[in-house]
Design a protein around this ligand. Structure first.
Ligand code: G3P
Length: 222
């Protein structure tokens, strides 16, 4: 199971990597533009906080086959290893995924709204498939669609990993983890909210108060 942070915020990645097991970072053009920084700066800042073993995903902007493939090569050459290109599943995108995999590039097929789109990308050898779970819920049951995708991959012995994406809350993440997604990519704020529980805060406060009342301090040893 891999947990990716879906963000262009390098500081959030550095902080959260201290207390969570973060497999890497995914971005997309919208996330990068919202950061207010140039894409080159986003890359440099993120690359500086990621360890070589953490994966980094950046997305092509071109929409034609030649353009997508050229950008895929550029993106994958940005780091010596664990650099992946995200390619949307369109006609041109599928062609580029096929070519990129023939060249040995790491590929995540993205902007997926149906199990069939994902399955076709898996047949072209995509390493990861990113169904947009929350957005898919506008068209039906996004969680069920991902379950079906998982079954399709298993039945046909395809090795692509599902990297479920587009989450708006922790409950959606919970459902996909339960459904067996091998990876999820989640915004830092949603992951942070998954850590917090009011009951835990009350419990910790009770422990501290009891200790302080008994021993006059809030640490184990004086
Ligand atoms: O990485 C892209 C995906 O997570 C999209 O998320 O929040 O724009 O639906 P969102």
């Amino acid at each position: 199971m891999e947990l990716f942070l879906d963000t262009a915020d390098a500081q959030a990645v550095a902080e959260m990597s201290q207390y969570l097991t973060i497999a890497g970072v995914t971005t997309n053009p919208t996330i990068i533009t919202k950061s207010g920084k140039a894409p080159e700066e986003v890359f440099q800042r993120m690359n500086a906080v990621l360890t070589p073993d953490q994966k980094f995903f950046m997305q092509v902007v071109a929409t034609d086959y030649e353009g997508i493939l050229a950008e895929a090569r550029q993106i994958c050459s940005l780091r010596p290893k664990n650099m992946f290109v995200k390619i949307p599943v369109t006609h041109e995108g599928l062609r580029a995924i096929k070519a990129a995999k023939a060249e040995g590039l790491g590929v995540l097929a993205t902007a997926i709204y149906s199990p069939d789109q994902a399955f076709l990308a898996a047949m072209n050898g995509a390493d990861y498939l990113a169904p947009y779970v929350n957005r898919m819920c506008n068209y039906g049951d996004g969680v069920q669609a991902v379950r079906e995708l998982q079954e399709m991959l298993e039945v046909h012995g395809l090795a692509s990993k599902i990297c479920a994406a587009s989450f708006k809350n922790g409950n959606q993440v919970h459902e996909l983890v339960l459904a067996g997604a091998e990876a999820v990519t989640v915004a830092p704020a949603v992951v942070s909210a998954m850590v917090d529980h009011p009951g835990t805060k009350i419990a910790v406060d009770e422990f501290t108060q009891a200790w302080n009342a008994a021993y006059g301090r809030t640490t184990f040893k004086a």
